[in-house]
Ligand binder design. Structure first.
Ligand code: TIU
Length: 222
């Protein structure tokens, strides 16, 4: 299979489909729907829903092309043994991690709010990673899983841009992956944070990685 090249920022991104995973970060009800973790932190969650159709289009094209798909969820064990007190106790949220909310216990594995939204639900054969941190490599064993599958490139979508997406891209960068973030398939509760994150990731000659509109990937896959 020949490599695919697409127009990206700050320059072309080149990848081999067989060595690339589509990574969908934390597209969970806890972040996108009212009553979850995002809202308990004081955020207006309505902004995030807008990227769902673009994410669906990329996911469908990626699946049709036969590429590996990886979903992450920010989630903690029911006993919260993997949730540092510093994370649970910081700030003054209405509900803390582990408290009971309208979609079940906040950010706890297995609860309704912790599930990936139905529009982007994983299917058989796709990897689902529960991560206790913001970054997807922390305490997950994911690097070993990706290495065993020969993955060298990661194409990112998901929320939020400057928190879990950016942290995961930076962790990936330090582990040697070439990462691309799809600009219209990621969102923040703060639009100016999204804009800044995109700029800083691709600055200095793609110091962390590349960004591109999803249309560039879709036409490259077509
Ligand atoms: N609060 C916020 O912007 N994000 C998170 O807490 N988690 C993720 O980004 N997934």
């Amino acid at each position: 299979m020949s490599p695919i090249t697409l127009h990206a920022n700050p320059f072309a991104y080149r990848f081999a489909l067989a060595h690339t995973a589509l990574v969908i970060i934390d597209m969970q009800r806890d972040f996108i729907e009212p009553g979850g973790f995002g809202e308990t932190l004081g955020n207006n969650v309505s902004l995030l829903e807008a990227i769902v159709p673009a994410c669906q289009a990329v996911l469908a094209a990626w699946r049709a092309a036969g590429g590996l798909v990886l979903h992450t969820r920010e989630s903690h064990r029911p006993d919260l043994s993997d949730c540092p007190p510093a994370k649970r106790l910081r700030g003054n949220p209405q509900l803390r991690i582990g408290d009971a909310g309208p979609m079940g216990r906040i950010l706890v594995a297995g609860e309704p709010g912790n599930q990936i939204i139905p529009a982007l639900a994983p299917v058989a054969g796709e990897i689902v990673v529960d991560k206790p941190g913001k970054g997807m490599f922390y305490a997950t064993g994911l690097h070993e899983t990706l290495q065993a599958r020969g993955i060298t490139h990661l194409v990112f979508m998901g929320v939020t841009t400057e928190v879990c997406v950016q942290t995961s891209m930076r962790e990936a960068n330090d582990r040697g992956y070439d990462s691309l973030l799809l600009e219209d398939c990621t969102e923040s509760y703060f639009p100016h944070f999204k804009a800044a994150a995109l700029e800083m990731l691709r600055a200095q000659g793609a110091i962390v990685g590349w960004t591109a509109p999803s249309a560039a990937l879709l036409s490259a896959l077509a």
